[in-house]
Structure formats: C-alpha cells, structure tokens
Design a protein around this ligand. Structure first.
Ligand code: 5GP
Ligand code: MN
Length: 336
C-alpha cells in the first residue's frame, strides 16, 4: 500500500508515462499494458504503450491495439518517448534483458520506474514496486493496482476485457495451480463490469488457420519425442515447418502443453528454430523447477512450472544439450 500511496502522490499532476512489456508479448503482457493504458489515460496523463517487437494477430482485437507502438518498427519515435518519459512502467517482466533492443534506452531513461510483475528473481530496482510472484498474472496485479488507486468504478468494459484476457491465458484457462479463489472473485468482478468471457475466449483460442491445425497434426505425428523413462516429452520444430505450413507468429504457442498432457510426463519442452534464433519453452508438473533449469543452461527464466530461454547452438546441438542436461537434472531432482 505504501507504493500505491507514493504513486498516487506522484500522479497528482499530469505526467508523461510510457508502459513497456516483454518481447514477443503474450495476452498477459498486452492485456496488462492496454488495461493500464486506458486507466492512466482516463486520469489525464500522456500515455504510450510500447512493445519491443510484434505480437500474434489473435491479440489485435484488444481495445487500444492501434495505438500500441512497436519499437522495432518505430524505433526513433519509441526511443524519444522513453527518453522523455517521467514514469516508465515495466509490465510482466523484471529484467531489462527481456525487452530485447529496448534494453539500453530503457536502462538509461531518467524516468521513475514502476514494476508490475509476477516472475521470480526480479532484477529491476523500481521506485514504485508492485511485484508479487504469488500473482497468477500481471493482469491480476493491474486489477489490484487500479482498485487500490481509485476503486472498481474506474474499470470500464475495455479495461475489463484486456485484464480478463491476461488472467485467462496466464492461468491456462483457470487450470494452473495459480488459480486461487481470489482470481475467480476478480474474474467475477470483471464479468460484472462487462467482460464478455465467451467473446474473449473465442477471439484468443478459436482463430486457428487451417494451416495451423494441419501443422498441429504434423507436429504431434512427426515432431514429438517421448522418453517415458525420464518422463520427458518435447517437440523440435525447425525452420522448414514454418515454411511448409506458412506458420505465423503465435502459431506454435500452446503446443508444448500437448506434450505435458501425456499421462506420466512431468517435464515438457519445445525447441523452435526461427529466423536463425533458437527459442526454448519448458513446462513441468510438480517439483522440477524449469525456471532454474532455463536460467542455468539456456539464459532464460520464468516460473517454477513454466519457463523459457534461448540457445546459440544449432538445432541438433540444442536438442542434444537439452536431452543430456534434463536426464542429469531429473535424476538429481527425483520428480514425483
Ligand atoms: P513461454 O514458454 O510461454 O514463452 O514462456 C513461459 C514463461 O517463461 C513466461 O512466464 C515467460 O515470461 C518466461 N520466459 C520465456 N522465455 C524467456 C526468456 O528467454 N527469458 C526469461 N527470463 N524468461 C522467459
Ligand atoms: Mn504474465
């Protein structure tokens, strides 16, 4: 509450505010950014939401989408806004390494920093701190922030749907262990405030292209590897799959969960090669902390049961490294 009061004091007069979120923004990153954007604009501030790079088109329905600035596409404008900002919000990330090309300009900014995030081991030292690793989503923290700042009346249908999208996706549609009774109460409020849950769910989950569905079949049939003895299942997706199935950004999202849905599997991964970059996503059930694994071996991080990282090796070498490490680490952890 101390930081809310300090933020309220700071925002008594109109300020230049920039909202930032992590690279490859997901629904929580964008929904939190736009929920906060609408709230602060209504309070009379000059607000801009900047993303480090593009996001999948199934997020473009979000109210405020057309005013989001993409740092990669509007580099000089975004740089100027960050340099001139008096307050910089860091949403859904807590280390500047997660905002790609924006890192230097954000780090050098003279603005005060407000951190709103739920990832472990925050590196950023904020002036206003709304970090809580117990939160299911950054959108939950934004909801709390708005409620404590001004009360429920400030949440209109646009804010409600942006925040609902973040909570729905980050809880895996209310299935992950982070799904508390508090989350359900927040969501009940968001529905009362106008969020149409069926609309949001369909806009995010039911906008598959036929190519994406065909790719899903291909990935399950040809790209999924299962090691029952170590209880690991993982996909390896190479650049040719992106070409063959005309895959777009976001088309591989959620795939890793199919590997984790296999009975008896405790750790799942996906290794993706795209544009000469190798990105990994990890998921686990129970004790195996994939954030530590990602941090130690793949320059990444995240949550205990959901994390990601990257690799500078080739696709084959990355797979080999992953397999060797996971066998070793799993033996150490003895997953239940
Ligand atoms: P996803 O696999 O859905 O991309 O990410 C799962 C979780 O891991 C998210 O909470 C995300 O923030 C985190 N994560 C994904 N990639 C990275 C990364 O490269 N570095 C760090 N620190 N976290 C990541
Ligand atoms: Mn999140």
């Amino acid at each position: 509450m101390k930081d809310i009061r300090a933020l309220q004091d700071f925002l008594q007069s109109p300020k230049k505010i920039v909202i930032t979120t992590h690279a490859n923004p997901d629904a929580d990153a964008l929904g939190s950014s736009l929920g906060l954007y609408h709230f602060l604009k209504r309070k009379g501030h000059e607000v801009n939401a900047i993303v480090p790079n593009s996001y999948p088109d199934f997020l473009e329905w979000m109210p405020g989408n057309s005013s989001v600035i993409n740092y990669e596409k509007s580099n000089s404008k975004a740089t100027e806004l960050i340099r001139d900002a008096e307050l910089l919000f860091c949403l859904d990330y807590s280390g500047f390494g997660r905002i790609k090309g924006m890192k230097d300009v954000a780090q050098q900014a003279s603005a005060k920093i407000a951190l709103v995030d739920h990832h472990l081991n925050p590196e950023i030292k904020p002036d206003f701190n709304f970090w809580n690793d117990k939160s299911a989503a950054t959108a939950e923290l934004i909801y709390d922030l708005i409620i404590n700042f001004s009360g429920k009346d400030e949440i209109d249908v646009n804010i409600a749907e942006c925040l609902y999208a973040g909570i729905m996706t980050d809880t895996g549609s209310f299935k992950h262990p982070s799904t508390t009774s508090k989350i359900h109460r927040i969501v009940a409020d968001l529905i009362d405030l106008g969020a149409n849950v069926n609309k949001v769910s369909r806009l995010i989950y039911d906008t598959n292209s036929l190519e994406r569905l065909r790719f899903l079949g291909h990935a399950l049939a040809e790209r999924l590897k299962v090691d029952e003895s170590s209880r690991v299942a993982y996909f390896v997706i190479g650049e040719e799959d992106f070409k063959d199935f005309k895959l777009k950004q976001g088309d591989t999202e959620g795939l890793v969960n199919y590997a984790l849905s296999i009975k008896g599997i405790a750790v799942a991964a996906i290794i993706i090669q795209k544009d000469n970059e190798i990105k990994l996503s990890f998921r686990s059930i129970g004790d195996f902390a994939v954030n530590k694994f990602a941090e130690e071996y793949f320059s990444g991080g995240g949550h205990k049961n959901a994390s990601g990282g990257m690799s500078e090796l080739s696709l084959e070498e990355t797979e080999k490294k992953f397999k060797e490490l996971i066998d070793k680490d799993i033996l150490k952890t003895r997953i239940k």
